[in-house]
Each structure stands twice: as structure tokens, then as C-alpha cells.
Write a protein that binds this ligand. Sequence first.
Ligand code: GTP
Ligand code: MG
Length: 458
Amino acid sequence: SSTSREWIRQPIIVVMGHVDHGKTTLLDKIRGTAVARKEPGEITQHVGASIVPASVLKKIAEPLKKYFPKLQIEIPGLLFIDTPGHELFANLRKRGGSVADMAILVVDVMEGFQPQTVEAINILKEKRVPFVVAANKIDRIEGWRPTPDAPFLETIRNQSQRALNLLEEKIYRIAGELYNHGFEAERFDRVRDFRRTVAIIPISAKTGEGVSELLALITGLVQQFMKKKLVTSSEPAKGVVLEVKEEPGLGTTIDVIIYDGVLRKNDLFIIAGKSKPVVTRVRALLMPRPLQDMRMHEGRFTQVEEVYAATGVKVSAPDLDDALAGSPLYVIPDETKLQDYLRMVSEEVSELRFKVESDGVVIKADTLGSLEALLEAMRREKIPVRLADVGNVSRNDVIEASVVKKSKPEYGVILAFNVKLLPEAEELAAREGVKVFQSNIIYHIIEEYGKWVKELKE
Ligand code: GTP
Ligand code: MG
């Protein structure tokens, strides 16, 4: 259009890692730091995301001048996706890659790599998302003397030789684990080439030590290596559906991350639905009221006329009941293009959700993104798949599995990630002797299933 303009958007950063390794604490710390360091008027609240604005990054980077002499902030800020726990990686997919521009892989220094750390690495590799490692909980190293919120390079000056040695050992162990997965890694201050070496930043999400370096480093890396990728313009929006949610007075709404373009009130858009794509118009764009975290103050939103990438926003629109979490969202610029968009969304989704008449397992997952992660794991493990779909385990899934069970008992099972087993399905599964392997850790599903197959064959 005549008013088309371009801008550099915030890079989208996701935090991944094993259960309890400190993802939420780190995000809280980052948010807290951002809130503490910002002036009135700089508040940027988003749905499903928080933005640390450039002004705050500047303040955080100030004391780091001597370590990062060249750091100038050119991006408008960093956008962190706030999905809790294991759901995090479930929502990242976009055509040809990931919605995430970069990831922070959180690893508890005391525990090292754990199953979900490996899952996260596999996804990051598969989607080619660059990442840094936050070696978290350094305050738990024996004899550690914390200096709250201090840069890592300062707090290490106060530590005993013994604590430093212990830290070195732990960092070395993490670097070794990364090496086993095909990555060279080093403590960030020793990295010479960030394109070849994964930076490990020792931090404590609890005391805040090292968090400023983590933010400065991400900012620096993004600016150095992906500025072009962050250029967006006032084109029809592209996004991804993080969550499908009932809201009092609004009905079913979707929480969306917009990674490209502009989304406006009344825009026609398409998303994937449970049975077929949903085409509808934006009724309202909702942002949380200033100073309130949307998770704590649900239902209190203000309406806006338009939102610009990158942002999180709640979208109210008719016909969202069938919306699929993890779905792509595209604004359709004019109705003559509707068929193209229908085809595009159907293709994207049918890559993942399918049914084939062959001997294989039934897999179910909570979002399109987690279904993709589960499918990827099936490929790695060479387990054939008969039916892949999003949603709770239903009677129909059990029927599918029981058909397979008759000819190929080892594949007559259901593998379910982060979804429920519906009561009538449970009943039928018990009657038909169909095993259901359920967990919110893919690794556990595969491990349990593997054990069971072994027993079956003996
Ligand atoms: P899930 O969402 O369940 O996957 O866990 P998470 O990765 O979000 O971990 P969370 O932030 O909830 O932290 C788990 C526990 O570790 C909590 O009790 C935190 O207080 C604690 N914790 C997190 N970071 C630190 C840290 O740097 N030091 C110490 N001592 N404890 C920490
Ligand atoms: Mg958490």
C-alpha cells in the first residue's frame, strides 16, 4: 500500500530446558529486571510474551561496557515467549522453520543434561534455531558467595579457588554433553567465533548473577547475525497460535504471536482447525492492561486497533471453537486469494496430521508443534505411524490401534504426549487390551514403549 513502511522487529527468544532447571525463574528474573529498570511509560505488556525494551537493554548493558565495548542497541527489544514448562517447545513451528529466532537452553549446572535437555537440543537442531546455554543455579555450587544481580565476570572475582574449580568442572561437563550432540561449546568469555561455538553463560536465575551478560550476549548475537531476518513491513500479518482459551464475556479466543507484518481489527485471517481450516475476521484485538501480568489478571484487557510484529496479542473472533493450538495464522489480503490460503494451511497441517492405512502406532499430542516433535522422534526411532493427530485420546483412536493390534501387536498401541485419555477411550482400551503410553516427556513415552515391546517379544 502507499503507506508501506519497514522496521526491525524484536527477535523472538524462547526458553527451553528440562523440568525444574529454572526456565520460569529465569523469565521472572528477566521480567523483574525489566520492570525494575524501566521508566514509567516504557511498559510493554503482551499476551503470551514479554518484551524487554531497548531502553532497558541499554541500562542492563551499561555496566558491561568494559566487557562488550562495541555493544550498541539497534533492536527495539527482545521478545520472550512465556509459555510455561514443557508446553514451550510445543508452539514454535512455522513454515520452513521455527517462530523462534533464538533460544536459551537452560541447564541446571548441578544436574547437567537431562531427557528434556536432549529433546530441546534435537528440536533446535532440526529447526536450525541458534541458541546459547544458560548454565543455571551457579549459586548452588558449594561455597559460592553470591552478589545479587552482579555480572558473572564480576561475581567470579569474589569466589574461592575451590568454587571456581567446581564451576569449571560443571561447565566442562556441559560442554562435553553439547559435543556429544555435535556442538562445540565454551564459556562465553572464551568464545572466539560465535558462529561456530555455542556460548555457555553461567547464571543464577535466583540471585540474578550473569543475567545481564545473558541478555547482552543475546542482543549482540542477534544484531550481528540476524538483523536482516528481523526486517518486517506493514504487510498482512503472519503468526502462530499459542493457546486457544475461553474468556468470560468473549467466548473462545486465541493467543497469538505475530512475527511478521501488521494485524488489524476486521482483518480476514485463516488458521488451522480441528476438522478444517477456520476463516474468520478479527472482532477485537486485546492487550493486557498496563502493569498487569496477563496470567494473573485474566479478563482485563484493553482493545487496540492494530498490532505490529513482533508482539503477542489476544484475538477475539467468531468461530474459534475449532482452533488448533500451534496453528499458523495468516491474514488474507483479499478474498480472491482465499483458495491459495486454504491450500497453504491445509498443506502445512497435513504434513503433520495424517492417517494412513498401514501397520503403525497411533500418536496424539496437544498442539501441532508437539505433534511434530513426536513425529520427529518416531522417525528417529524408526517407529511407523498409522495415525497422527492433535487432541485427547478418543474411542476412535483406540479402535484404530486395536485394528493394528490384530496383525502387528507391537504397533497396536497409542503414544500420547501431554493429552488426556477420555473415559470412554480408557474403558475401550482396557477391554481391547490396547496399551496407552502417556507422558509430557517424549523420551519417557519412547522408553516405556521400548521396554514393553521388548517384553512382548520375549
Ligand atoms: P518447569 O516449568 O516445571 O519445567 O520448571 P522450570 O524450568 O520452569 O523451573 P522453575 O523456574 O520452576 O524452577 C524450579 C526450581 O528451581 C524452583 O524451586 C526454583 O526456585 C529453583 N531455581 C530456579 N533457578 C534457580 C537458581 O538459579 N538457583 C537456585 N538455587 N534455585 C533455582
Ligand atoms: Mg516453568
